[in-house]
Design a protein around this ligand. Structure first.
Ligand code: ZN
Length: 382
């Protein structure tokens, strides 16, 4: 069984340059193959080797070969029916061009500067998935200044994670409690509400004054408030993802539904400029950095269902208290919801695992398909 682990590398110029040259080499082969109607590797090699070596002399020949192989596969997949443009900055690595050392958390990679050793950021998945490191894909995200290496691990059969070993944490979101976790942790919005109240008072006073200096102060205050809210989201997300869990299950935010239900209004009224979407983004990328997964489940019934007996009834909920009409089980309503989210998250995780996660990494090297492999998505959200 194959698993892909996503590891962060330093944002390094040499790696970026390697990816740029790799992209250029791939594009030359893609163009040649399309024009000459061939995806045969030998023909592509004969037709492009000289051009590639002359235009990109610093790209090591092993990477020239890999670029050609990748181009050949893409040409074959699209049946030479359309022109292909390699968009993403990715490099495919194999046994000749890459090695991963799990004990020292380093990877050695063939680059335009020769073979170099890079430190990889710590991830719990390094120890969890040990096996044969067959190949890898380097992914450069220039927008966010981040570089990842997706390492494919061939696991010995007995070491495949068993269902009961995967730790899933459910998270419910709301206004009074920004986050309630299925391990009984609460992040309430008290501090946020208090500070927001202070800012609101100040803002109203300045708006009333209306002078030029008041307007300037108002702008400063708004900036400060945004930073304050962002800091809160940074802290909460960091606290959550560093808990000892592999998968974080959240309800998919449904903007249309939230609007209809007055949830946005409630958030604006009580929490000012705080946004659940920002918190979610932070959780996603911080979890990714740790090699953990975030997935989304359908929020239907999570607040009406009894987490003990499974009975669903909308009268089970009385404000902040959940009381089951069937078995009498009583619990904080948000906590009850987060436990339901955990259970749904767990089954969703295994459904996704058994389908296409590692295949995606293999199948679409040109579109950077591996990029999201730790960000599991069952259906669309905001
Ligand atoms: Zn019950």
């Amino acid at each position: 069984m194959f698993r892909t682990i996503k590891l962060k590398l330093p944002y390094d110029r040499t790696l970026i340059e390697t990816a740029r040259q790799f992209k250029e080499a791939t594009q030359i082969v893609l163009n040649y193959g399309f024009e000459n109607k061939t995806f045969n590797k030998n023909k592509l090699n004969k037709g492009t080797y000289k051009t590639v070596r002359e235009t990109i002399p610093t790209l090591p020949s092993a990477l020239v070969q890999t670029a050609r192989d990748m181009a050949s596969e893409s040409l074959k997949r699209t049946k030479l029916e359309r022109k292909i443009r390699k968009k993403s900055l990715t490099v495919r690595y194999d046994k000749r061009t890459f090695r991963f050392y799990p004990d020292s958390h380093t990877a050695s990679l063939t680059t335009v500067q020769g073979r170099l050793v890079y430190p990889v950021a710590h991830s719990p998945l390094i120890d969890k998935y040990r096996g044969e490191y067959t190949n890898a894909q380097l992914v450069i995200d220039e927008k966010k200044n981040r570089i990842f290496i997706m390492v494919q691990v061939n696991l010995p059969d007995k070491e495949v994670m068993k269902k009961e070993d995967v730790k899933v944490l459910g998270m419910d979101r709301g206004v009074k409690n920004i986050a309630v976790l299925s391990n009984n942790m609460f992040f309430n919005s008290k501090h946020l509400r208090e500070v927001k109240g202070r800012y609101q008072y100040l803002k109203r006073r300045l708006q009333h004054l209306g002078t030029r200096s008041a307007k300037r102060k108002l702008r400063n205050i708004s900036g400060r408030e945004r930073r304050f809210v962002r800091d809160i989201n940074h802290t909460i997300s960091k606290n959550i993802v560093s808990l000892p869990y592999d998968v974080f299950a959240l309800e998919a935010l449904n903007p249309a539904y939230m609007k209809q239900n007055g949830q946005y209004k409630a958030i604006r009224k009580n929490l000012g400029s705080w946004s659940p979407a920002e918190l979610q983004r932070f959780i996603e990328y911080k979890a990714e950095d740790l090699g953990k997964s975030v997935l989304y489940i359908d929020p239907k019934y999570t607040s009406q269902k009894c987490s003990k007996c499974g009975y669903v009834n909308k009268d089970n909920r009385h404000g902040s208290i959940f009381k089951c009409k069937n078995c009498g089980f009583e619990l904080n309503a948000d906590l009850n919801a987060s436990r339901n989210i955990e259970v749904l998250g767990k089954s969703e995780y295994f459904r996704l695992m058994s389908t296409s996660q590692s295949l995606r990494f293999n199948e679409s090297p040109l579109t950077g398909g591996g990029e999201n492999s730790n960000k599991l998505r069952s259906f669309s959200e905001e």
